[in-house]
Design a protein around this ligand. Structure first.
Ligand code: PMP
Length: 398
């Protein structure tokens, strides 16, 4: 697809963080925030501010309604019910929650492309870990998963979209394979939720973890969606206010899910910002966002392929993320040079490093990659600036 066919979605004007012609190509790390989210956060922190759940006065009751409305919006974004949506600090905490309190702790099948936050929690919580290999083009090899899975596996935990390669999991098949041996499947939807239409009911998965800040919302909040019967069977993992039914020194009983997993005063303001972000993303439509980003990926890959000094990683069909290496130039040097002004082009922000996926770097045989990732606001001008910056880097390095 040529760059001429790329649409402009939300447009950069919605995003104050992009003022001044900054070419932000690091949305997979965190997305810029639209003004509507900033306004919602500002109102929640200002004129509307009060605690939730405990207040007997009107402002607190209104804040509670807004907080619970946010839960509904976030749940609806991924096709879930609000009673099945636990607010967490982010995808990391969501995965830790399952790793620590899922009652049938045993063997977990992960894959070779997982983010550290879908590896280390399982290690810390004492699971036995098996690792599904990748296909040559960098997708989770589900034929291998099929051969590896046994009734001993109680959980399969895979990234829906790889944060390094943009590889998209064949979820229906992964779900079918996990369920065939009696395992539950957790999807790390941190990248996917912002880039693909997600419907947990239709996908048939059991848990879905994601973060607001990659979805155009605030930091400090994310969500774990889980099937009601699974959440109901899980014990609490942190104790405190809001997660109890009745406390005595002799015995304490707990609130039902999702409150059972939300000890303490929640991230009220952030939750409301998360809800506003869900509204914003839904108003644009994830199908449109996916198509927009897919066109940008195809255009960037095509332009990089024309050079004989670039190695491209990952499959052709990837969701909004392109990892590559420029021959003879360390990704950090490339990232630093791109961050400098370049003639008529503004500065370009890419990610350079291991992207919290060191086992994947080992598999690729590199210490780091350069990664460009797109969002609603990305457009041809960002691609042009990146390509011009790569050319400038080539001139500097020879
Ligand atoms: N999984 C994936 C695939 C990610 O890209 C990230 C963030 N880079 C995480 C998990 C962790 O998300 P957070 O840091 O927001 O908890």
């Amino acid at each position: 697809m040529s760059t001429a066919t790329l649409s402009r979605l939300g447009g950069k004007a919605d995003f104050p963080g992009l003022a001044g012609g900054w070419h932000y190509l690091d949305s997979a790390a965190t997305a810029q925030k639209p003004q509507v989210v900033i306004d919602a956060v500002s109102r929640a922190l200002g004129t509307d501010y009060a605690t939730v759940h405990r207040g007997v006065y009107a402002r607190s009751a209104e804040m509670t309604l807004a907080f619970e409305a946010a839960r509904e919006k976030v749940a609806a974004l991924i096709g879930g019910q609000s009673a099945e949506l636990v607010f967490t600090r982010g995808a990391t905490e969501a995965i830790n929650l399952v790793a620590y309190v899922y009652p049938a702790k045993g063997r977990v099948l992960l894959s070779g492309l997982e983010h550290h936050s879908n590896i280390v929690p399982w290690q810390l919580a004492g699971w036995q870990i098996d690792v599904c290999p990748l296909t040559a083009d960098g997708r989770i090899d589900l034929d291998a998963a099929e051969a590896m899975l046994t009734p001993e596996h109680t959980i399969v935990a895979f990234a829906h979209v790889s944060n390094v390669l943009g590889s998209i999991l064949d979820v229906p098949r992964a779900v079918e394979l996990a369920h065939r041996v009696g395992a539950k499947i957790l999807l790390d939807g941190c990248q996917a939720a912002a880039r693909l239409p997600v419907d947990v009911a239709a996908l048939g998965c059991d848990f879905y973890a994601f973060s607001a800040h990659k979805l155009y919302g605030p930091t400090g909040i994310g969500a774990l969606w889980g099937r009601a019967e699974l959440l109901d069977a899980m014990p609490p993992w942190q104790g405190g206010g809001a997660m109890i039914d009745r406390v005595t020194f002799a015995a304490t009983t707990y609130a039902p899910a999702p409150q059972r997993f939300e000890a303490g005063t929640p991230a009220i303001v952030e939750a409301i910002g998360f809800g506003a972000a869900a509204d914003y993303v839904r108003s644009i439509g994830l199908e449109a966002i996916h198509n927009h980003e897919a066109a940008l990926v195809a255009a960037l890959r095509e332009q990089l392929r024309r050079r004989n000094d670039v190695t491209l990683f990952g499959p052709e069909e990837s969701a909004g993320i392109v990892s590559f290496a420029l021959e003879g130039v360390h990704p950090h040097d490339l990232g630093t040079i791109l961050d400098e002004a370049n003639g008529d082009f503004g500065r370009v922000a890419i990610r350079a490093g291991h992207h919290c996926a060191q086992p994947l770097m080992d598999h690729l045989g590199v210490a780091a990659t350069a990664r460009a990732s797109f969002g609603i606001y990305s457009d041809e001008s960002d691609l042009a600036a990146l390509i011009a910056g790569i050319e400038r880097t080539r001139r500097i390095f020879g």
